[in-house]
Design a protein around this ligand. Structure first.
Ligand code: SF4
Ligand code: MG
Length: 309
């Protein structure tokens, strides 16, 4: 009983092109079985790079992605197909010339599953994501954006993934369809015990969907906490500024957080010390020269800021 599985990433990426960009800088994250971790931050902060490394699509320069049974339990070690990725644009992730049933069953074909069993499993998966068995022989262009994302989800589930990495999975969809796809993902998570790394720039969606939230700024995770701690009592000045842009339903609860000023600095030459210091209303001289270490408050609230050291 109570066997859980955890995912830990320790990695550092140096993209040694003309300039060196630390897209992801010594990130350590942990996702428990059945947990959804939201990853938020401005575009270009390294979210997608981290996502691709987690899904095994990109090799970290240093550090490793672990998929391990938690607390010395006897759970099995997942193979590479245990982590699957869902992209923002479902059209580009599906081969336009392949019937969707074949696309969904591709991983099973690779595993050597016989044709009849494969067809049965794919038809089952189509039903699981709210499509019909007849859809098996159709092509991606015959579906709407929301349906294509359902197909991409079925494809990710086919090899019995235990971790889904979702990179902006609903941002390309109409607002009316977003909720349907999110509800499907939530149902699957709960019924299959899936873990998720859920990347989004939409803080309202993350609040609705995730158990825990990690905030990323220029390649570093600067704050991690359970959802309610992040939204009700954010600590890092950057997180406070991000949240200040959210509409506040109750005007009496309005916080005094300052909105974010200016564009994020270039990751090619990030500011020294705390990367956020040029935009931070609380910056101290120390912040320019020293990278903040992680402070853990209330057991589960992790923050990297000299204000809390
Ligand atoms: Fe601001 Fe300093 Fe904290 Fe960075 S470390 S967020 S500059 S107060
Ligand atoms: Mg991205």
């Amino acid at each position: 009983t109570d066997v859980s599985r955890s995912f830990t990433l320790r990695q550092k990426l140096f993209d040694a092109a003309a300039d060196t960009v630390k897209a992801v800088d010594s990130v350590t994250l942990h996702i428990s079985r059945g947990e959804t971790l939201g990853l938020v931050g401005e575009s270009g902060c390294g979210k997608s790079t981290l996502a691709r490394m987690t899904a095994g699509l990109l090799k970290p320069d240093s550090g490793t992605v672990h998929i391990t049974p938690d607390s010395g339990g006897s759970g099995r070690i997942a193979n590479a197909s245990g982590v699957q990725m869902i992209f923002q644009d479902p059209f580009s992730s599906l081969n336009p010339r392949m019937r969707v049933g074949r696309s969904i069953g591709e991983a099973l074909e690779v595993q050597g599953m016989p044709r009849a069993a494969r067809r049965a499993r794919v038809e089952h998966l189509l039903a699981v994501v709210g499509l019909a068995p007849e859809h098996y022989d159709r092509y991606p262009h015959e579906f709407s954006g929301g349906q294509r994302q359902r197909i991409a989800i079925a494809r990710a589930l086919a090899p019995q993934a235990s971790l889904l990495v979702c990179d902006e999975p609903v941002s390309a969809l109409d607002v009316s369809v977003q909720a349907q796809v999110l509800n499907l993902l939530a149902d699957l998570r709960d019924s299959l015990g899936l873990s998720m790394l859920f990347i989004s720039h939409d803080l309202s969606v993350v609040r609705h969907f995730c158990h825990r939230v990690a905030v990323m700024y220029l390649g570093r995770i600067i704050e991690t906490a359970p959802r309610d701690m992040i939204y009700n009592a954010p600590l890092h000045p950057y997180t406070k500024a991000l949240l200040a842009s959210l509409p506040v339903p109750d005007p009496d609860a309005r916080t005094t957080h300052t909105r974010l000023q200016g564009e994020p600095p270039s990751p090619v030459s990030p500011p020294s010390g705390c990367h956020f210091h040029p935009r931070c209303p609380h910056a101290m001289p120390h912040c320019r020269t020293h990278i903040p270490a992680e402070t853990v408050l209330h057991g589960r609230h992790r923050v990297r800021c000299h204000l809390y050291a």
